[in-house]
Design a protein. Structure first.
Length: 574
């Protein structure tokens, strides 16, 4: 079938839907414009069998839905309507939520229902639930509808019927800041975390710290009770700040200063915001570093000779200091004799998205900071490539992009969770790329496919990455099952009777590669290209990074997302 995707951005949902539908042998084209004429033109050009809107913030024009079947993925249960579905669901402590596939109609979200599926609503941020539960449910539902409903004369979508007691959803308005507001004198830690979760990653909860209006993101409950006025800052750790509450305290990992007239800000670590952006930063000079079992970006769990190291950096972005920390932890693990396997878990929401573009943008000298950051991440990758006394596993349980999608290839084994999306390319950020990609990628997929992956700038599903050779094994999509299966895989490696011959083989292979071409020369080559880009103030990178960080969209659909007939199409999976 020919399927046209209308979307407000080529986000994780859209990327996965695109690739999953192609695997099912559909021809897919994408239109990102909100302009009616442009949308109509996309329909006329592609002549789709139907239109799917996996992530659309605006309405489909009547001229389109009157003549073409348009199905909308709505992140809510049957009957739920409005632009803040997940926000209200999280705020109201619902334990079960869902996704509904409905037909575009005159009234927004009120069209006939093609299918609806539920999932357990865990404690987590809106973005985390969207990325894990909503995307997965939506993809399976769309595939199911395509198999079971299309071409089935007995299938009829049902109209939305609020008189049906099974229809639990309701039409709710946009959640505004007055509904999100924290009252530090009455709200408990749990309530504060919930309020921030419902607004994370957008728009955040608007609050005030020492007279500065800020949006709060990335909340974690810390039940240590401090003798401080609720709302007051009591300390910091890993860039997060800790604030007292009436029954404990809460970590706030990221903040964004509220827009001031024309001046806009972007997210940074809370500590950076208060110490570098607040005009009254000196008020916080005596803020102290805290110990915490809750707020630890890097965590290590050791079991049965396997060290699981998670590096849960907000949004998967790794700044220079975070790379240094990760490297120090890896070096410590390398020295331990009780560990045979190191599993790199990445973060919960992203495995890694490479260097930290927000921190670079915020620095006084972005070219210099880009250089420091890329060297720091390269050092981590180098450590993994040269880890000769342990077996390493990249546990790709969440999406990864740019250098963060190359870093796993430095491990001996790459074990992905079904449905994970990788974006192993740099050109959308105007970069040549580093992280030893010129060594690691061709080694895994061959020169031709490496070139195509880097140049086509397209996402790759875990299963496709396995076909290509970037991933060794794909395990269950279910979060708990994945972790159980991963543990079995890692422990089997640690207990393998051939463990020492596997290590010897690894050392030999590295030595052979080194003889053919020294590892350092790949790094030197990549970094020369990167330095030229960083040092050129007119390079696309500086401009693209600025737009990315300030969320300035180019409004046009990149040509790579518009369907091209077979001869011109990517031959990656041919
Ligand atoms: N630095 C800082 N922030 C980053 C980031 C990075 N490298 N990569 C992603 N983010 C942030 C985004 O700004 C966004 O922030 P939000 O909290 O305001 O929503 C969030 O992470 C999610 O990213 P988003 O782009 O919405 O996710 P996606 O699933 O649609 O796309 C990527 C994923 C990886 C394709 C996309 O984020 C990307 O291109 N990132 C830049 C990667 C890069 O070029 N790194 C530098 C070279 S190593």
């Amino acid at each position: 079938m020919k399927i046209l995707l209308f979307a407000s951005a080529y986000n994780g949902m859209c990327q996965r839907m695109h690739r999953e539908l192609e695997i099912e042998m559909h021809s897919v084209s994408i239109e990102l414009s909100a302009n009616e004429q442009q949308m109509i033109k996309a329909v006329e050009d592609f002549e789709p069998d139907f239109i799917l809107c996996p992530f659309l913030k605006h309405a489909v024009p009547e001229k389109i839905w009157r003549h073409h079947l348009c199905l909308i993925v709505h992140p809510g249960i049957e009957g739920d309507r409005g632009p803040s579905s997940l926000d209200w669901a999280i705020a109201s402590k619902t334990t079960s939520w869902g996704v509904t596939l409905l037909q575009a109609d005159a009234e927004m979200d009120a069209g006939d229902i093609w299918d609806t599926q539920k999932f357990n609503l865990r404690n987590g941020s809106k973005a985390s639930i969207y990325r894990r539960e909503v995307i997965s449910t939506a993809v399976h539902m769309v595939k199911n509808v395509l198999h079971k409903a299309f071409g089935n004369p007995n299938f009829k979508p049902r109209p939305l019927d609020y008189s049906n007691p099974k229809v639990k959803g309701e039409c709710l308005p946009l959640m505004r800041q007055d509904s999100r507001k924290i009252d530090w004198s009455v709200d408990t830690t749990e309530t504060i975390v919930r309020k921030i979760n419902a607004a994370d990653s957008f728009p955040g909860v608007l609050d005030s710290i020492a007279g500065n209006a800020v949006h709060l993101f990335g909340a974690k409950a810390e039940y240590t009770l401090y003798s401080a006025v609720p709302g007051d800052l009591v300390g910091y750790r890993d860039g997060a700040i800790c604030r007292a509450t009436i029954d404990g305290s809460v970590w706030i990992r990221q903040m964004k200063i509220a827009q001031q007239d024309e001046r806009r800000f972007f997210k940074l670590s809370s500590l950076q915001v208060i110490t570098q952006q607040f005009p009254n930063a000196n008020q916080f000079a005596s803020l102290r570093a805290l110990e915490s079992r809750v707020q630890n970006d890097i965590k290590i769990e050791i079991e049965n000779a396997v060290a699981y190291i998670s590096f849960d950096f907000y949004n998967g972005a790794m700044n220079t200091e975070q790379c240094h920390d990760l490297l120090a932890h890896l070096r410590d693990l390398r020295e331990r004799n009780d560990i045979r396997v190191i599993a790199l878990m990445g973060g919960e929401d992203f495995w890694s998205n490479g260097i930290h573009l927000n921190c670079i943008q915020a620095s006084v000298d972005p070219a210099r900071e880009s250089w420091r950051n890329i060297n720091a991440i390269d050092d981590v990758v180098q450590e993994l490539i040269c880890m000769s006394n342990k077996l390493t596993v990249a546990a790709l349980r969440s999406n990864a992009g740019a250098g963060g999608a190359i870093m796993p290839l430095a491990c001996d084994k790459v074990i992905a969770r079904e449905g994970v999306v990788l974006n192993p390319h740099y050109l959308t950020m105007g970069l040549f790329g580093s992280e030893y990609w010129t060594y690691l990628l061709p080694k895994r997929v061959g020169d031709a496919k490496a070139k195509e992956l880097i140049e086509s700038c397209m996402p790759v599903l875990a299963s496709q990455a396995q076909t290509l050779g970037m991933v060794d094994k794909v395990l269950s999509e279910d979060w708990s099952n994945y972790h159980r299966q991963l543990q079995r895989e890692c422990e089997a490696l640690a207990e393998d009777e051939n463990y020492f011959s596997l290590l010897a083989r690894k050392q030999y292979s590295r030595m052979q590669d080194e003889t053919i071409r020294p590892l350092e020369s790949y790094r030197t080559y990549e970094l020369q290209r990167m330095k030229a880009i960083f040092d050129n103030s007119q390079s696309d990178y500086h401009h693209l990074r600025y737009n990315f960080v300030y969320k300035i969209s180019c409004q046009a659909t990149p040509s790579r997302l518009i369907y091209k007939p077979i001869p011109e199409k990517s031959k990656l999976f041919a």
